[in-house]
Write a protein that binds this ligand. Structure first.
Ligand SMILES: Nc1nc2c(ncn2[C@@H]2O[C@H](COP(=O)(O)OP(=O)(O)OP(=O)(O)O)[C@@H](O)[C@H]2O)c(=O)[nH]1
Ligand SMILES: [Zn+2]
Length: 394
């Protein structure tokens, strides 16, 4: 995630300043972004809502000092909060049937497990493979049902493993200790608020090998977080009766930049741009900062390790505690509206993208298939997309 202290440059579009303090959305997002930054560096934060408070630390990053701070704000011994799919593996049995599906699971921690190494091992299925001894753990079903989903959501915003050390807290004690506080509503509303606040902050002509007439427009959310890009090929805004071609491409460092053979992202990216250049009015490719279907690059690498151990791409995400696809189509919808392109033909094999964009008010007049042949390495990945994600193969 981008450093929250980075100052935004003067806005190109007055009145819609990214990061402007008078915007209540910016204040809400700032609270989430700061809390995420603290979790990422191993510092506990307070999560408050409905008269309750939790003190939280990310199991992946917390060290001895963070655990001591957490204990000082805690009113009871901490538990380990896990996404349900991860909890099932840690408990080595299905999670209690009483819990709503996918509700986070709280696990009681014996004092022996309250150390940074054990916590990391409990959070990370890859580490677990390296240190396979079974920990002594018990479910703690009475733990705050109201705040737990927001705690997991906060870890996901930070692209951390969705595993948190958590305890009921005295908010006053936490504040005295200097811990940042964030509200449940701010956390749960963050994806929608961030998407709605996207503002176009820069634009330049960037001739590309496959599309000499290309421009890049950058969009930034009001929290100053990571930017999303639109690659405009030709003049899609001048398309007439036939809606312009559009591709919603989630960033893939390994495939797009390095030419990884594990996926089909590189050929899809370059193929889409070349195809748009051949259209009379070009098209638009949204290059979204949603690496690894929204789980982030670090977690995607972990997912790859799990896939090398036999899981497919969907089960690997779930084993980490993430959903199969964590992307939010509101980002793409806001960008298309801002670009004056609310009607598109979508270049994709993924029916969820068509449905997701339509649900956000974009008129998808048609789907254009975007298939590339398997390369001998990504065959199983492509087969899983077809069999388990319902990708259309024509
Ligand atoms: N979590 C995870 N993400 C992956 C894996 N392989 C590729 N990705 C990510 O998947 C995203 C690629 O998705 P898209 O190109 O939008 O493709 P799609 O959803 O399959 O749909 P279309 O290509 O439009 O048909 C990128 O963010 C990649 O980083 C994987 O094994 N695990
Ligand atoms: Zn890829």
């Amino acid at each position: 995630m981008a450093d929250v202290s980075t100052r935004a440059p003067a806005p190109l579009f007055p009145g819609r300043a990214a990061g402007e303090e008078t915007d209540p959305r910016a204040a809400a997002m700032r609270a989430v972004h700061r809390a995420v930054s603290d979790l990422r560096r191993g510092t506990p934060v307070l999560l408050e809502g409905g008269g309750e408070a939790l003190v939280l630390a990310a199991a992946e990053t917390v060290g001895a000092r963070g655990l001591a701070e957490l204990a000082r704000a805690a009113l009871a011994p901490p538990v380990l909060l896990l996404a349900a799919t991860r909890a099932a593996a840690v408990l080595a049995r299905p999670v209690p049937a009483t819990a709503p599906e996918d509700a986070p699971v709280a696990i009681r921690l014996s004092p022996a497990l309250l150390d940074p190494d054990s916590l990391r091992r409990l959070a990370d299925p890859v580490a677990e493979q390296l240190l396979p001894e079974a920990p002594q753990i018990m479910p703690a079903p009475g733990f705050s049902q109201a705040l737990s989903p927001a705690a997991i959501a906060l870890a996901k915003v930070g692209r951390l493993l969705p595993a948190l050390v958590a305890a009921p807290a005295s908010a006053a004690a936490g504040t005295r200790l200097g811990l940042l506080s964030v509200g449940v509503a701010e956390v749960l509303g963050y994806p929608a608020t961030a998407a709605a606040s996207l503002t176009r902050v820069a634009e330049a002509s960037v001739p590309l090998q496959d599309a000499p007439e290309a421009r890049i427009a950058a969009f930034r959310a009001a929290d100053g977080g990571i930017e999303h890009l639109a690659i405009l090929v030709g003049r899609p805004e001048e398309a007439g009766e036939v809606a312009p071609l559009a591709r919603i491409h989630s960033e893939c460092f390994t495939g797009d930049l390095l030419g990884s053979l594990r996926c089909d992202c590189g050929p899809q990216l370059h193929g889409a741009i070349a195809r748009m250049a051949a259209e009379p009015c070009g098209g638009v490719l949204l290059y979204l900062a949603q690496e690894g279907r929204g789980i982030g690059l670090v977690n995607k690498l972990r997912a790859y390790t799990l896939q090398d151990g036999g899981l497919d791409t969907l089960d690997a995400n779930r084993a980490l505690g993430y959903g199969a696809d964590e992307r939010d189509f509101r980002v793409a919808a806001t960008m298309l509206e801002a670009l004056g392109l609310p009607r598109i033909r979508l270049l994709t094999n993924n029916p969820d993208k068509v449905a997701g964009l339509s649900a956000c008010g974009i008129e998808v007049t048609g789907r254009v298939s975007h298939l590339f042949a398997a390369n001998g390495v990504n065959d199983a990945y492509l087969a899983t997309k077809k069999a388990r994600f319902g990708h259309l193969m024509g």
